[in-house]
Design a protein around this ligand. Structure first.
Ligand code: SAM
Ligand code: SF4
Ligand code: SF4
Length: 340
């Protein structure tokens, strides 16, 4: 039985950030000029990550997603994938990437045992991609998606953050593109997380508005009813194509949230909006046994009462979650550190 938190939510899903560095500067995640990086000596080695993952598996976790920053920037990532894929209790090993380096890495990741891959893609227009990410890498990302589609992963997903005035007019084009590479696309509402220092509610395109736009083009959009802790609500178009919407801002799914996040330096966060994390690197490097680490993690999860996105929903005046000055003092509050 997995450990349960104060609201009986099980500990099932672990997101492991393997680096806080990134080769893009997405406007909704890293809009600033300068960032404070985690000190290199504090970044967990692969053996340390694997040891912590074992402790999480003991406690009921059975899904791990590697993320970042940009995870493909981490040297020898396929070695870590291989180490994790060898754990028989891990039912699902996935990776979220911006796709820039994917064309050259997809085969090695697949060979190492990665099951599923999600690529972030917000636009099909190169000029928009350049403005949104501040890097000229759009062709590489599209190439990465096509190569991944041909590499034989169990599933390929595309994640799109939808922002009014930026890409809200591309939902149908992106759906059509996803279809050509047999990927399921998920449209994500723009969130006021740490890092999103320029967030404002009027830039959020809510689920209902997205559904209305898609319905206008395709006719009936049928919801897919399923029991799942996954954040996406899934829908089916008349021709059978499926897609998802992650309504994290207007209709958060905290009530069934079974995920937590381990940063690249071994700080464990129980919520995307959590202000404080639990340091696992310190005890690990001080020689804590698996039982001691288990007790630390179990205690933290049992006390968990976080419902970050729901709390935000209740605010009358909504502004970015963390002021810029605070992000500089504690880079753990950044989305790119916490691992999205
Ligand atoms: N660099 C990789 C990537 O972009 O796929 C992995 C890390 S990134 C932090 C993980 C996910 O967080 C991406 O899909 C990104 O679009 C999403 N994200 C970042 N900031 C966001 C925001 N303000 N609102 C919604 N999603 C956001
Ligand atoms: Fe963009 Fe991901 Fe990098 Fe954030 S971490 S800037 S979402 S590519
Ligand atoms: Fe889970 Fe926190 Fe996100 Fe809610 S805001 S879904 S509790 S991580």
């Amino acid at each position: 039985m997995p450990v349960e938190d104060a609201y009986a939510r099980p500990l099932r899903n672990l997101r492991v950030s393997v680096t806080d560095r990134c080769n893009l500067r997405c406007a909704y995640c890293m809009p600033e000029e300068d960032y404070v990086w985690l000190p290199r000596e504090q970044i967990l080695h692969f053996e340390e990550i694997a040891k912590l993952v074992d402790v999480f598996l003991d406690l009921g976790v059975d899904k791990v997603r590697l993320t970042g920053g940009e995870p493909l920037l981490r040297r020898n990532l396929p070695r870590l994938v291989g180490m994790l894929a060898a754990k028989s209790r891990l039912r699902d090993l996935a990776l979220t990437t911006n796709g820039v380096l994917l064309a050259e890495r997809a085969a090695a990741l697949r060979a190492a045992g990665l099951h599923r891959i999600t690529v972030s893609l917000d636009t099909l227009r190169s000029a928009r991609a350049l403005a949104l990410t501040r890097r000229d890498t759009h062709a590489q990302v599209l190439d990465g998606i096509r190569v991944a589609a041909a590499t034989g992963f169990a599933s390929l997903k595309i994640d799109t953050v939808v922002m009014r005035g930026v890409n809200h007019d591309e939902l149908v084009d992106l759906l059509e593109f996803a279809r050509t590479v047999a990927a399921e696309i998920r449209f994500i509402e723009y969130m006021d997380v740490g890092g999103a220092t320029r967030w404002s509610m009027d830039q959020v395109v809510g689920r209902d508005e997205m559904l209305a736009a898609i319905t206008r083009r395709y006719g009936r959009v049928a919801p897919i009813i399923e029991e799942s802790s996954a954040p996406a609500d899934r829908y089916r178009l008349p021709d059978g194509t499926t897609f998802g919407i992650i309504a994290s801002t207007t209709a958060p799914f905290c009530a069934r949230c079974d995920r937590s996040r381990l940063t690249a330096d071994g700080t464990w966060y129980l919520c995307l909006y959590g202000r404080q994390g639990i340091d696992l690197r310190g005890p690990l490097r001080a020689g804590a046994s698996a039982a001691e680490l288990q007790a630390l993690i179990t205690g933290g999860w049992r006390r968990r009462t976080d419902r970050g996105a729901e709390d935000r929903l209740g605010l009358r005046e909504r502004a970015p979650f963390v002021p810029k000055s605070q992000l500089k003092q504690d880079p753990h509050l950044e989305m790119h550190t916490r691992g999205g």
